[in-house]
Design a protein around this ligand. Structure first.
Ligand code: ISL
Ligand code: CA
Length: 558
């Protein structure tokens, strides 16, 4: 493998539960993924990242792992995984696993042991504290509502869970825990996986005193994040993990890092520091929320988004590496979020893809993004399956919120927007299953589906194929520097890339209005890709129609 191969790769994320059901039980599975490898090869991606496929009671759909080395029954068997790895390899596709080691399931045998007694051999795999009188050890809230602490009767104390109470946090201070994690990583690398996406990896080092956090306006619990995000030993742990595991090959590693700044990102991804290939930032995903929670809806102010990208593009250039994403299994659908999923769905989906894929970094495509899947509106809260959504709903309603307001937040931000079944064709249940899907399909599958996309040369799918191809062909995409144009413009996202004597200019209209842009350097014949069939070009003025995207490439010396 070429060194740093992941710099020129495009990653595709699969949420296995929602991708393709091969046996009619309503749940996507590994044989279902194997059936669709030809489809992924046609798209042109290089890497498949699978959300967790390990044995789990599914409190959080596999992000609560009961056994790291066995496969969830509903998804298939270890033989299926081995077949998937080898079939993917035949098509030039590497497999990346989800590494969830901030916490396990409370049904993991480590926790089943640890909770029994204070002198149990696994006790120090988790984080235990005495209560403060009849209260929990501190005021931290969990990401999924309620306190971050749960009482353990046998030992008369509490354990920490930053996520649900069925996801107890692991104690990375324990040498034997860290060793067990590294062994498990070797187990998967020995099977031929090419890397790991590391779930909330920057939360693994907690400040040992676990102090109370500030209680922000409108919040019920304290914010412990100053004491668990990018904690005191995080980089020691990453360097140790690199030395013990990751140094064995040129592995793709991407750390999910809420709350990480560009300075943190450089520490994680500077190749000379030997930690990770790259991280996922959350900053660009928080610009349409209030300061304290994602459910607090705000309109996006485009200049903020542009300046945020500028910061990440310029501050990591030559120092580290970016990941580029609009979607994943936790985020609403981008075409509904920063695009327009009614009149300009196709145009805006292509425009958003253009804007992202011409930056420096490794692009991630989330299943369904390549056909422009949209958010969903279910009228009943009962139709939502995500625990984050359900707990938030219950907590807000118990505290006097209005049903319609809470539902509105869920329509805009709920994680099930990303998790509705993949839309393969216009037959029943979108061709996802012959049975009853675990989560309802989006009713728009009759018009938005893979079969329809493959039949049309102008589909969003075909456009993603071109973008992926361009990343292979144009070194300037991997290497070039980034310059933001028109930073304060509220409708147009424009930037340049520079590399050697080459230059790219990218013009993206994030609005439904028509705008004239004066192009000094560009020529009509320099267009690399565009999302409208023709160009509106007169006397070096480019007229950008709603959600139009145009890219020019030229030689600065010519
Ligand atoms: O989903 C979120 C946005 O509301 C985040 O708070 C999310 O919980 C956080 O980004 C961590 O996500 C990861 O770890 C969680 C899991 O539920 C998510 O699916 C996963 O991506 C716990 O493992
Ligand atoms: Ca199935």
């Amino acid at each position: 493998m070429e060194s740093n191969w992941w710099k020129k790769s495009v990653v595709y994320q699969i949420y296995p539960r929602s991708f393709n059901d091969s046996n009619g039980d309503g749940i996507g599975d590994l044989p279902g993924i194997i059936e669709k490898l030809d489809y992924l090869q046609k798209l042109g991606i290089d890497v498949l990242w699978l959300s967790p496929i390990f044995d789990s009671p599914n409190d959080d759909n596999g992000y609560d792992i009961r056994n790291y080395e066995t496969i969830m029954d509903e998804f298939g068997t270890m033989e299926d995984v081995e077949l998937l790895i080898s079939e993917a390899k035949k098509r030039g596709i590497h497999l990346v696993m989800d590494l969830v080691v901030n916490h396990t399931s409370d049904e993991h045998e480590w926790f089943a042991e640890a909770k029994k007694s204070k002198d149990n051999a696994y006790r120090d795999y988790y984080i235990w504290r005495e209560g403060e009188g009849s209260n929990p050890p501190n005021n931290w809230g969990s990401f999924f509502s309620g306190s971050a602490w749960e009482w353990n009767e046998p030992t008369q104390d509490y354990y920490l869970h930053l996520f649900s109470k069925k996801q107890p946090d692991l104690n990375w201070e324990s040498d034997s825990l860290r060793k067990a994690v590294y062994e498990m990583m070797h187990f998967w690398l020995n099977k031929g996986v090419a890397g790991f996406r590391m779930d909330v990896i920057n939360l693994i080092s907690k400040h040992p005193a676990l102090p109370n956090g500030p209680v922000h306006p409108g919040q019920l619990f304290g914010d412990g994040s100053p004491y668990y995000m990018n904690g005191p030993k995080i980089h020691d742990y990453m360097q140790e993990m690199h030395q013990e595991v990751l140094s064995r090959g040129d592995i793709l590693t991407v750390g999910e890092c809420p709350g990480a700044t560009t300075e943190d990102a450089a520490l994680f991804s500077d190749p000379n520091r030997n930690e990770l290939s790259m991280i996922f930032t959350f900053e660009h995903m928080s610009l349409d929320s209030g300061p304290y929670e994602k459910w607090d809806l705000r309109a996006l102010h485009l200049p903020k988004l542009k300046k945020n990208f500028r910061k990440w593009q310029t501050e990591l250039h030559g120092k580290g590496w970016n990941s580029l994403y609009w979607n994943n299994h936790d985020q609403p659908r981008i075409v509904s979020r920063f695009g327009n999923d009614t009149d300009y769905r196709v145009e805006s989906a292509k425009m958003l893809a253009t804007c992202l894929h011409f930056m420096q970094g490794t692009p991630y495509i989330y299943q369904g993004e390549e056909i422009g899947m949209t958010n969903v509106v279910f009228e009943s809260i009962e139709d939502y399956q995500d625990l984050e959504t359900r707990r938030m709903y219950d907590e807000k309603m118990a505290n006097g919120a209005v049903h319609e307001d809470v539902m509105q937040s869920i329509y805009v931000k709920g994680r099930d927007n990303a998790r509705t079944p993949m839309q393969w064709d216009d037959t029943a249940e979108a061709g996802f299953t012959t049975g009853t899907p675990w989560l309802k399909v989006n009713p728009n599958y009759k018009t938005i589906n893979v079969q329809e996309a493959l039949a049309s040369p102008n589909s969003i799918f075909a456009y993603y194929q071109s973008l992926i191809q361009l990343r292979k062909e144009l070194d300037i995409l991997t290497e070039g520097s980034f310059v933001l144009l028109l930073p304060d413009d509220e409708e147009i996202f424009a930037y340049q890339r520079h590399w050697q004597e080459e230059m790219l200019t990218v013009y993206c209209n994030f609005s439904a209005s028509t705008r004239d842009i004066s192009c000094v350097h560009e020529n009509e014949s320099d267009v690399v890709i565009k999302n409208y069939e023709t160009l509106e070009w007169h006397d070096n003025t480019l007229t950008l129609r709603p959600f139009e995207a145009v890219i020019f490439k030229f030689n600065k010396n010519a």
